[in-house]
Write a protein that binds this ligand. Sequence first.
Ligand SMILES: [Zn+2]
Length: 243
Amino acid sequence: MPDKTNINAALSSQSSALHPNSQRAASEVQQVYLAEAYRLLHYQKGGYISTSALADRVGVSAPAVAAIVQRLKDAGFVDHEPYKGIQLTPKGEREALLNIRRHRLAEVFLVKVMGFGWDECHDEADAIGAVITEKVASRMEAMAGYPKRCPHGEPIPTPDGTMPDIEDQPLSEVAAPADLVVSRVTNHEPEVLQYLASLNLTPERPIKLVHRAPFNGPLRLKIEGQEQVIGHELASGIRVAQG
Ligand SMILES: [Zn+2]
């Protein structure tokens, strides 16, 4: 989730045509919206997203989103169908994927090279990812050892804007018992990430789903030889692959 204060500052700087950075600030904000729209569309597997869902995701008011969406439409990044919602055009999708690439590379760089925690890198990477060039991103990629995934397990798009396919499913939908590997964590709240780390529920970790209570009840896991119990909601934000 991007930092609201950054976005609000960028939004207000746009309103002044005299602001020397207004052009750059506008494109940073646009990038954040395109990337969030891509994430929403990716997890619901295509179709349209509503402006209110996008407003929710970015954390700003509906009128503010409407103004940005209009600008994105004028620039050819999105199609906006009344009563249906927003879809990314090929140009918008490419822009979103390149932003996601810079964001995820910045996350790996912050964690691997600069020693940040996986619970702190997301917001910092939002700020960095919006301003660096592909040249800087590629150097970060090399310095971080050419990672394939971000610290949360999300795949890193290639420099030509292609998103690698990942085969995984939410832990909350897997039948027990099962031997699994944590693929990625889709919740980026720092408190949630700290809690998951305390349970050793982090990407690439082998885990066993021992038992699942019916009616969206708790899940019993075995991680590093220890039994852990987590709730259905937490499990729905953890995606796993067959172990
Ligand atoms: Zn990430």
